[in-house]
Write a protein that binds this ligand. Sequence first.
Ligand code: ATP
Ligand code: MG
Length: 397
Amino acid sequence: MPLFLIIRMTKYFLIDNERQQKTMKDKKFLKRQNIDYNIIWEIENMKDNPFNITFGKTPLKLIYRQNTIDHVINTFNNKNPNVESYIITGPRGCGKTVLLAQIIKEFDSMDNWISIDLNPCMEMLEQAAVRLYDSAKIKNLFIKKEFSFSFKGVSFSLIGDKKIKDIFSLLKQMLEYLKRKNIKVLFTVDDIAKNDYVKAFVQAYQSLIRQGYSLYFIATGIYNNVSSLYSDKSLTFLLRAPKILVEPLSIRAIATTYKEIFKVDLETSINFAMFTCGYAYAFQILGSLLFKEKKYEITDKIKDEFDIIMEDRSYSQIWKELSKKERLVIETLANNKEMSHSELLNKLKMKNNEFQVYRKSLLFSGLIISDKRGSIKLALPRFKEFVLFTAYIEGDK
Ligand SMILES: Nc1ncnc2c1ncn2[C@@H]1O[C@H](COP(=O)(O)OP(=O)(O)OP(=O)(O)O)[C@@H](O)[C@H]1O
Ligand SMILES: [Mg+2]
């Protein structure tokens, strides 16, 4: 059993009896009587489950975000594209990695494109050179042994008369070939954050685009990590990269999928879909739980199990990554239903311009939604219950 669950259980049961009874009466959100802490293990090992609860893996039951994919492909395939980079952002678990994987797959299926996925926690220029050199699609361009260069155990053989001094000039040499062959290169980075590898790569990349190579770039990242990159003035091209905020999945598409799998009526499938609020990870979790129960209704037990999995796999991480003030805004919203802008300001006792900073980051993080009338509410399913539970436990320390 994970350590966190043991700690959580111990804390939970240590609340003294009297107080616990009062809590149970007053605070519905603490009512997790049907807790089965083995649930995550059980779901992960369930046979024939059509849903998938692993982050970063393209699920069997995938709801296509075809419009976004087409938009990126059409833009990059334009004769004179006015956008050559995108940043995909949204809350943890909304489907950034899965979306990126689909985009990569589309580009890989086109002859005049090569995609190179880079790990932001390792030296990135090296990775770019090695992956490009190794790319099966263009291997034949580099195999003539007329020029050799060895770097960290990898030896490159290229045709050419320019002296290769370092990994940057090696990369340039390869890009030169690709340019002549009209092959475009797409660099992708999943879960970008500000670090020295990313900074060094982005600076080299900016220099390469200034030199006219056909390079394209897509990164995914949570808003707080992405915005920390924007604050660095030396990374100008990232600043200009349009952001794609990963929207919730369509309720209609989720309902259709549930209806097909569980053979329930339309109304029931729509209720299930609404429960997920379109949050991709919730779609997989609720699907798995309903599949396990074989009883197609959202019972208290399912809600409890849903809360446990969401907390362990997603919400705790989201919570950890928020600043103190962002948490305060979220807690205030969790304690009240839907609030107007001015009600929220009043409760927070915050100046409007200060509030706007947190409002913007929480909107871009996909954690709150604001409608046309300006009222604000939490966006993720049962996040309110998670926040109240966490605030209670943390207040208990
Ligand atoms: N389009 C989709 N249709 C159905 N399920 C999806 C879709 N996209 C993602 N999922 C599911 O949602 C979960 C989270 O997806 P993913 O790992 O892509 O999220 P993420 O935004 O990259 O999260 P993180 O920020 O933590 O890396 C996975 O279980 C995945 O199966
Ligand atoms: Mg991801």
